[in-house]
Ligand binder design. Structure first.
Ligand code: BG6
Length: 483
């Protein structure tokens, strides 16, 4: 056990949808990693619940196989894996009927934290929550964890919230946005609020603009039919990108407590201006290879769903008025990279000659991969020949700067342990989520009402030309993907 790892209290966790992809790829492997790290105690129990009619041994076998398929189990972890698998039970359950619920109830222990992970379609959230109430499984201290998509617009998100709240209080509900579990995303708060250096200049007086880019090389192969009903706006912007924007733009909370942090994020969301049509660009990937276009992966030749979106967002408050935030995200782009660029204004006056034009500093926060921070500084180019200026990076990679034996935990590891600890800081509150949808709904409604299709962009490019132009017309440029 690492010196820094404090075990959480014993818990009983039921994973609904336990035979699904997320459970196999993320939830069980993350729990195992925390078990190996000594954070998940041996007294904990995990119960898989799903429709499939199998017994405990069959389920444990399926999980063991999935581990070998998806997760890296080191040679010296095989013994730990068997111990971990020994903590797992399984109950076949009928969400709409009575089968399985009594058995499930009897598996829970008194005086142990109860957590219910709903790794299922959102349409089942309400039914499962009521069954947990009806069968007396939930207690006042139980926690319920839900995955996205949390609604498709503000009314559906509100309805889901209402359904959950019929049986659970807000302080028991943990809505996962896995971006908030990423170490580097949490680091945004450390960067801002544990350093005095930037705060004085963290505003529209000193910052020209901000760019938030989340670009992926993967397409929607395999999940095209799901994605086609969602699109990048709902799938990525509504949650991940807006959360990043909030962390960059929010006021310092008085304390690092769940509601203090979430109150500040909510104020940012409430201050977002509505967006003009010319400030959003949608794209859809195209390929010269047959069958590799977005529409092929979506199995919908007429699809108007976006696999790329770029937008200019204004925040109307004292700190940010006049400093645009440019957001972009897309599939099948040139490089997988998530980064935030804080582009500072140029010094107000140059004492140097015209041959030495000044540039504003740039703070580049790389969230993934190769996590780190770069500050671009201007220095004198060495050598005789007058005062020439050059831009150089002050570069810091987390892997080099920190003890590399402390491997970065997966977002789910952190988030599930936070649920057990009862810490909601990294989870979205109901009002945050609904406000994000309220801001976004008119944009999507305008697309739906129109007939325009997203612009095409080549697989492996940086997105549609129009997205580049959107920034150029403001006299700015996107940082190149992987520059
Ligand atoms: C998910 C989206 O929430 O985030 C996916 O549904 C996307 O479409 C994924 O690929 C990206 O996550 P990450 O952690 O790979 O950046």
């Amino acid at each position: 056990m690492s010196a820094k790892t404090i075990p959480v209290q014993p818990f009983d966790l039921v994973v609904f949808g336990a035979t699904g992809d997320l459970a196999k790829r993320k939830i069980f492997p993350s729990l195992f990693k925390r078990f190996v790290a000594g954070q998940m105690p041996i007294e904990a129990r995990i119960i898989g619940a799903a429709r499939s009619d199998m017994d405990q041994a069959g389920f444990v076998d399926a999980i063991r196989n999935a581990f070998h398929e998806f997760a890296s189990v080191a040679k010296d972890e095989e013994e730990a894996l068997e111990q971990f698998l020994g903590l797992i039970d399984y109950v076949p359950i009928d969400v709409f009927g009575d089968a399985g619920w009594d058995t499930l109830r009897d598996l829970f222990r008194e005086d142990v934290i109860r957590a219910f992970y709903l790794s299922v379609a959102p349409s089942l959230f309400g039914d499962i929550a009521s069954k947990l109430g009806e069968y007396g499984i939930k207690t006042a201290d139980s926690r319920i964890i839900v995955e996205k998509p949390f609604g498709k617009d503000a009314p559906s998100a509100r309805e889901l919230n209402q359904k959950l709240r019929q049986n659970f209080e807000e302080k028991q509900i943990y809505r996962i946005d896995h971006y908030l579990g990423k170490e580097t995303v949490q680091n945004l708060m450390a960067l801002r609020f544990a350093n005095g250096l930037f705060e004085q200049s963290w505003n529209a007086q000193n910052i020209d603009h901000v760019q938030i880019s989340v670009s992926e090389t993967l397409g929607v192969e395999g999940r095209g039919e799901y994605f086609d009903k969602s699109g990048s706006m709902r799938d990525m912007v509504q949650n991940h990108l807006l959360q990043l924007l909030c962390l960059i733009a929010m006021e310092p909370p008085a304390r690092f407590t769940p509601d203090a942090v979430r109150d500040e994020k909510l104020k940012v969301l409430r201050a977002l201006d509505s967006i003009a049509a010319e400030d959003v660009v949608r794209g859809q990937y195209r390929s010269s290879e047959a069958g590799e276009n977005y529409v092929d992966h979506a199995k919908n030749p007429d699809s108007r769903t976006e696999s790329f979106v770029a937008m200019k967002v204004d925040i109307s408050n004292w700190r940010w008025s006049g400093t645009p935030f440019y957001l972009r995200t897309g599939k099948k782009l040139r490089q997988r990279i998530s980064e935030i660029v804080i582009s500072f204004k140029k010094p107000p006056h140059s004492i140097f000659s015209m041959n030495a034009p000044l540039k504003g500093n740039e703070l580049i926060i790389r969230l993934q991969p190769d996590e780190g921070i770069t500050l671009k500084m201007t220095i004198k180019e060495p050598g005789p020949g007058g005062m020439r200026l050059a831009e150089v990076p002050l570069d810091m990679s987390f892997a080099d700067a920190l003890d590399s034996s402390q491997a970065t935990p997966d977002a789910y590891e952190r988030l599930i342990m936070d649920v057990i600890r009862g810490d909601q800081t990294l989870f979205m509150r109901d009002d945050e989520l609904e406000t994000a949808w309220e801001w976004m709904d008119p944009i999507i409604a305008a697309w739906d009402a129109g007939t325009q299709k997203p612009f095409g962009y080549q697989v492996g490019s940086a997105g549609p030309e129009e997205a580049l132009m959107m920034v150029h017309k403001d006299g700015r440029r996107w940082r190149g993907l992987g520059e």
